[in-house]
Each structure stands twice: as C-alpha cells, then as structure tokens.
Design a protein around this ligand. Sequence first.
Ligand code: CDM
Ligand code: ATP
Length: 277
Amino acid sequence: MTVVEARASAKINLTLHVTGRRDDGYHLLDSLVVFADFGDRITVRPATATRLTVTGPMAAGVPVDAGNLVLKAAALIGVSADIMLEKYLPAAAGIGGGSSDAAATLRALSEMAGVAVPCDVLSLGADVPVCLAGGAAWMRGIGEDVTPLAGVPPLYAVLVNPGVAVATPEIFAGLTTRDNPAMPEPLPTWPETSDFMAWLATQRNDLQAPAIAKEPIIAEVLATLLDTPGCQLARMSGSGATCFGLYDSAERASAAAGRLAQDRPGWWVVATRLNAA
Ligand SMILES: C[C@](O)(CO)[C@H](O)COP(=O)(O)OP(=O)(O)OC[C@H]1O[C@@H](n2ccc(N)nc2=O)[C@H](O)[C@@H]1O
Ligand SMILES: Nc1ncnc2c1ncn2[C@@H]1O[C@H](COP(=O)(O)OP(=O)(O)OP(=O)(O)O)[C@@H](O)[C@H]1O
C-alpha cells in the first residue's frame, strides 16, 4: 500500500505590495514569497472513500468538514484517500496554513495515485499556486502569476503569532490606498545576504497598517521582535497576524525565540530557516 507524506511549509510574504484592485474586488499583488522549514504534515493512504483526520498541537478550531482546504484539494484532483493532517501552524494567521495544506495534499495525492496535479488550482485560494511551486517566488496577479526566483538567500527567522485570528477579507477592506508602487522590475540581484536585507527594508507589506488598525497587538509583536538582539527586520506576513523577525545568525534567532516564548507565554513563537535548501 502506498503511503505518501508531504510537508506543508509556512508561507512567508517577505514583501507584499497591493498594486490595484480588479472589478471583481480581488486585489493585484506584488509579493516576494519564501517558505519556512517548519509547517504542517500531510499523510495520505489509498482508500475507497475520502476521510480526513486532523491532529497536532494547532488542530483546535480547524474545520474537519468539507470546508477544510485539504478536502477541497482532494475533490479537485479527484483522488480518494485516508488523509491525516497534523497541524503545527496557527490558522487564519497569514502564513498560508490552509493553502499550504491544500498544495501538499495535491502533491501527495498526485504521487500516491500517479495522476497529474490540475493546472488551475487558484479556485482553492489565491495562495495555493505559490504554495504548489514551493520555493522562493515572485507572486503577482491575484496570486496566479508565480515566477520562481533564484538568488534569494536562506534566512534565519523567528515567527510570532499573538493568538488573534485575522480574517483576510477584512484586512483588504481596511486598505486606504489600493494603487501602491510595485517592487522594481526587474528585481535587483543580491550578492550578499546583507544586500538582500538592506533591500527588503526598503519594501513593504501594505496589509500591515490595516491589520494593526484592526489588531493593535500586531504593532506590539513587531516592536518586541525588533527589540531582540540581532533582529535586522520585523514585518508582518500576508494579512497577519503572524510577524517574522530576520536575524544575522541561527544562534541569535534561537535565543530570541527562547526569550519571547518565556516572556510571552500566550504567543506562538518558532525559530526557523526561510528558503533553506
Ligand atoms: C494575503 C495573501 O495571504 C498574500 O499571500 C493572499 O493573497 C491570501 O490568499 P488566500 O488566503 O488563499 O486568499 P483567498 O482564500 O483566495 O481569498 C480570501 C479573501 O481575500 C481577499 N483577496 C485575496 C487575494 C487577493 N489577491 N485579493 C483579495 O482581495 C478576498 O476578499 C478574498 O475573498
Ligand atoms: N487545512 C486548514 N488549516 C487551517 N485552516 C483551514 C484549513 N482549511 C480551511 N481552513 C479555514 O481557513 C481559514 C483561514 O485559515 P488559513 O490558515 O488558511 O489562513 P491564512 O494563514 O491567513 O492564509 P493566507 O496566508 O493564505 O491568507 C481558517 O479560519 C479555517 O476556518
């Protein structure tokens, strides 16, 4: 019997520029996306009818019915399986938990059954195409235009979520401007990690201000990250509330995570590598 496992890594928007809005209300994005070496885990086994079990430390509140993106992905690819989802990522957190689970399910079921992943996965969510691509990418359009990026250095990061669930549509609705500048095209090259960090600091997440307006604790998360030794940049990912801090070494990232976990027991804190090979 073929059992296939797949990692559903956390998606991090290192930049997230909102550059316009389509007539259907969806926003045009311009985002540099990378993935963490930390995430959920999907295991699939052949079965005559699809069944989903959700376990893991962050399983509470995650839907187990047809609303779960794992089941939507299984229906889209048309493969039946016994699926186990181990949740380690907080939900509604701006790090693509559901989207990454959907992409991992498509990959695992494709391998298990020997069927191709459908070309059009955007119907599962705007973040699913980039999660399916899996590596550092330039994401544009409403999420369907994904260009893999070489030359993005691996980074040491700390991810922090203060425990407030954020509804993505509400954050987009709070934008005061929707025609903000895009990243430069072509993107620059970054010979050293320090060049990349310096450039990142000149970029933005346009959803950060409306997210802070809705959930002021996000500003506290950013300030707390910036206050830890070695933190070079702190920014929110996606529509929040998870923020990332970038550090100059694994040791300093790990020390910062340890201190934050101790000082803020209610916060979800993880030290991780982004875009590691
Ligand atoms: C904010 C990001 O996380 C950035 O990576 C994603 O664009 C959101 O991706 P997602 O959660 O997979 O988004 P979806 O489930 O497709 O959309 C949720 C809602 O977000 C808003 N939405 C999403 C994507 C987009 N390009 N424009 C939008 O306005 C819409 O109100 C939509 O109803
Ligand atoms: N597999 C899943 N894991 C988590 N949430 C899921 C899943 N499937 C469906 N959901 C629903 O999707 C909602 C959004 O959760 P998700 O973790 O995908 O958001 P997010 O991290 O903000 O995503 P994004 O960064 O793509 O905007 C949740 O509130 C939950 O009800």
